[in-house]
Ligand binder design. Structure first.
Ligand SMILES: Cc1cc2nc3c(=O)[nH]c(=O)nc-3n(C[C@H](O)[C@H](O)[C@H](O)COP(=O)(O)O)c2cc1C
Length: 330
């Protein structure tokens, strides 16, 4: 019987366990990935990065999106785009910046992405999808993986057919499947049966994503699908301790002090990465996740949720530590 703690092979890389961090746009930068690795994740995928942005981007775009910390290897950089030539160049640039694996996004349902022919629209354009994966392999010389959906619309299974072609015709090393249809965006129950079918028929590792909002759900998805690994997304936001619990490295909830210390680390990394001012704006989306993990009621967490800058957030954390600790919710 396989366990989440077993190591496995992904495109020649030994991955120490089967609990991974999913790609998360606008979130999955080097320090969020590093945080996941510090808490045990076997591998982290980057936020999706535009292949056009890399080919034509300025130095800052490159250094921010492709920044990789020395302690996060192996790391997968996820690219999106619709032009095989541009994809090949972008994958080469990602490899030069230290990527160990290239992942291609064929599941993003956002209109702005799909209308260019990228993301989930590739489910209906398998020839282009295969050309993109081939170009990424040739350009980077790295193993290429693809993350996709079951299909565009309910009832469709184009994702399964495309996955098979990507493996046979483009030599893709693994498939991540988010078994919701693109039209469902991120809502509704994932179809784990469909993911199980893919596992049984594909011959390369399959990673399952979707609906992994609790420890039990992650274990259930792993067992029901027979997938090689699970990929935590929203369930890990502000809660990297979930990796540790799933890997048997800890029992129960983090203490208030631990959560505060973790958020301070995140703030320090963001300030170093973006400068204090940009970090203050960037982190506003992070605070509700940590407020929830801290078990703060809306009124209690208000100063954090409305912090104008990192100094205000830090001051709130100082005050919080002086109050008697309430039980932490995860
Ligand atoms: C805010 C947000 C950003 C996301 N960004 C990406 C992305 O850049 N690339 C990608 O392949 N999937 C992306 N996803 C999808 C997740 O990787 C994951 O498949 C999805 O959230 C389902 O998992 P969950 O239900 O456990 O959250 C994103 C999801 C969310 C909520």
């Amino acid at each position: 019987m396989r366990s989440l703690t077993d190591s496995w092979n992904l495109g020649g890389h030994r991955i120490p366990n089967r609990v991974l961090l999913a790609p998360l746009a606008g979130i999955g930068n080097w320090f969020v990935r590093l945080q996941a690795r510090r808490h045990g994740a076997g591998l982290a995928f980057s936020e999706m990065v535009s292949s056009f942005g890399l080919k034509y981007g300025d130095r800052r775009t490159l250094s921010e999106f492709l920044r990789i910390h020395p302690d996060e290897h192996p790391v997968a950089i996820q690219l999106f785009g619709h032009d095989p030539e541009v994809m090949g160049v972008a994958a080469e640039i990602a490899a030069e910046h230290g990527a160990d694996l290239i992942d291609i996004n064929m599941g993003c349902p956002v209109r702005k992405v799909c209308k260019t022919g990228a993301g989930a629209s590739l489910l209906d354009d398998p020839d282009r999808a295969v050309a993109l994966a081939r170009a990424a392999r040739a350009g980077s010389g790295l193993p290429v993986t693809v993350k996709l959906r079951s299909g565009q619309r309910p009832g469709e299974r184009t994702g399964l057919e495309l996955a098979r072609r990507l493996v046979h015709d483009a030599g893709v090393a693994a498939i991540s499947i988010h078994p919701r249809h693109a039209s469902q965006q991120h809502k509704g129950d994932p179809d784990y049966q469909l993911a199980a079918e893919l596992v049984d028929s594909i011959g390369v590792p399959v990673i399952v994503s979707g609906g992994l909002s609790s420890d039990d759900r992650a274990i259930e998805a792993f067992e029901r699908t027979g997938a090689d690994a699970v990929m935590l997304a929203r369930g890990s936001l502000g809660n990297p301790w979930r990796f540790e619990r799933l890997l048997g490295l800890r029992d129960g909830e983090p203490a208030r002090e631990e959560v505060v210390q973790e958020l301070r680390w995140v703030i320090a990394c963001a300030e170093e990465h973006l400068g204090t001012e940009r970090a203050g704006r960037y982190l506003r989306k992070f605070y509700p996740w940590y407020a929830e993990t801290l078990g703060l009621r809306r009124r209690e967490g208000e100063p954090l949720l409305t912090a104008r800058d990192t100094a205000a957030a830090g001051a709130f954390l100082d005050v919080l530590l002086q109050q008697p600790a309430a039980p932490v919710r995860t």
